[in-house]
Design a protein around this ligand. Sequence first.
Ligand code: DGL
Length: 267
Amino acid sequence: MDNRPIGVFDSGIGGLTVLKEIVEQLPGEDIVYFGDTARIPYGTRSKETVVKYVMESFNFLMKKNIKAIVIACNTASALAMEEAQEKFNIPIIGVIEPGAKAAVAATRNNTIGIIGTEGTINSNSYQKYIRKQLPSAEIIGVACPLFVQIVEEGWENSDVAYLTAQKYLLELKEHNIDTLVLGCTHYPALRYTITKVMGEKVKLVNPAYETAKLTKNILKEQGLLNEKIDGGICKYYVSDDPEKFKRVGGNLIRRQIESVEKVDLSE
Ligand code: DGL
């Protein structure tokens, strides 16, 4: 049993959809969440820049005496996971591998769509992990950068969201996919709109559930699990505008976020 908190990291608010799942599956764990809101989006940046931002963010989290880090961000998982695992000597869990596993389990016709940021789609990370488990899979990846802004505005169920989804998802419809990975932490908020465009038969995979499950297994295996059945505390830190984080983040997970502290990563 290890009482130290788990670090959860994202470029902004999106990782809260993963945090929510971790809280449900690991209710006794304390969590330190860091959202790099001063530098979001990561999804349009180069690998080099994302790696640098992730390292700086993890240096901050390490000061909070954490026992593991969940990279609750697809872009950071896709571009900086290996570098982070090399540098930090604690378990580091990303969302891509568990998300790929869930997609392979869900598909029946071996035709899988992935939507995410440009960084995630162009990295081919999901494609690689899916192919490892299902070599015959047909995989179509589409970057949907505007989705992040739509969710940040709270417009996920609007006409704007619907028209944007129609345009982005057209190619996926033409390929007759039966499974669609929501490969960006903001996208679960667009679930309803995406289903409206893709139809009820396409299964939407949110990697958050499998990520929380994997986190629990890894902590258990390594004797790090906090076995308390509830009472875990979440602390939130951001690199910019705590009020916006409370408002937009609270809306994203339909939960009130009480207190958020702004930190300066250069200190
Ligand atoms: N959280 C990021 C992800 O899951 C999306 C936002 C960003 O571009 O930073 O890819």
